[in-house]
Design a protein around this ligand. Structure first.
Ligand code: AMP
Length: 292
């Protein structure tokens, strides 16, 4: 028997918001739900798992592929960010050719004004990624709000890999009264534990192997959290990376999942998470784990 589904013809890619919007309006009837997965491309299994969840829960799934300039505080990181639209389209079509791809230009999104709006995320923006990447979350808020206006999804899927971003998007949606349900999805990892990331493409095979130290370390902090103080755990993590010249630790933090405030003395009824950002040869990698 053939496994191919000849009835499914790949959707054309939408490069402009007007055509996308017209198409979505034409298919959106009462009780039709649209799931949305915003990405910056260079797709891997982590991205595809978000799409799979959206496909399960919605009649239509829209995936955006857009490297958003206003969320990059480091110009080299922006220019070196992998751009692989052709392979991305193939991966999406292999998963399900009915997925709607929106791959806009900078002009289509920003209309000549490539600047971020200023947001107040009730302090979520001042911790960790916000501290080390000034302006990053204003850029994230700007693009997510803009994409929500264009796609008007019922559900939007974000990875827990970027847990702070997930909390910020939830806050932005709440504060702006947007009718979108934000769904958090689990982290996909390589066989060696390294969290999948488009930036992993820039690592050599050896660095990719060595980078498993990042996940191994935060997995260990989950054990330590049972009977060691956050301060002692932070000290231990700093020592692990100091000993290893391949890595440059930017931060390790244990924080309250809701407020993202650093945890000094753990309280019984609160949920905490470990967060880490590490450079491997100038390539910045992040990871996180629930400590519950
Ligand atoms: P990005 O293309 O890096 O902006 O990521 C697009 C979406 O995919 C974000 O919601 C990320 O949190 C999510 N994502 C990235 N890496 C992973 C992963 N390893 N597992 C699950 N989701 C991920």
């Amino acid at each position: 028997m053939f496994a191919f589904n000849f009835n499914k013809i790949a959707m054309p890619i939408f490069y402009g918001k007007v055509a996308l919007n017209t198409f979505l309006k034409s298919v959106k009837k009462q009780n039709t739900s649209i799931g949305f997965v915003p990405t910056m491309g260079a797709l891997h299994q982590g991205h595809l798992s978000l799409m799979q969840q959206s496909l399960k829960e919605n009649q239509y799934t829209v995936v955006s592929i857009f490297v958003n300039p206003t969320q990059f505080n480091n110009p080299e990181d922006l220019s070196k960010y992998p751009r692989t639209l052709e392979q991305d389209t193939e991966k999406i079509n292999d998963l399900d050719p009915e997925i709607i791809i929106y791959a806009p230009s900078v002009e289509d999104i920003y209309e000549g004004n490539v600047n971020a709006e200023s947001f107040d995320f009730d302090g979520l923006e001042n911790q960790m990624e916000g501290k080390f990447r000034p302006g990053h979350f204003d850029g994230v808020g700007t693009i997510v709000k803009r994409l929500f206006e264009i796609v008007q999804p019922n559900n939007a899927y974000f990875g827990e890999k970027d847990f702070q971003q997930l909390q910020i998007v939830k806050k932005m949606t709440l504060k702006n009264n947007l009718a979108v349900t934000i769904v958090g999805c689990p982290i996909h990892r390589e066989a060696n534990g390294l969290a999948m990331s488009s930036r992993n493409e820039r690592l050599t095979a050896q660095q990719r192997e060595e980078a498993s130290l990042i996940s191994q370390t935060i997995f260990k902090t989950k054990e330590l959290f049972k009977n060691k103080s956050p301060a002692a755990i932070k000290e231990w993590v700093a020592e692990v990376f100091e000993k290893n010249p391949t890595f440059d630790l930017e931060y390790f933090e244990i924080a309250d999942e809701e407020t993202l405030n650093p945890c000094i003395d753990p309280e019984k009824d609160k949920k905490y998470r470990a967060f880490i950002a590490v450079f491997v040869n100038n390539i910045r990698l992040i990871d996180t784990i629930s400590l519950k």
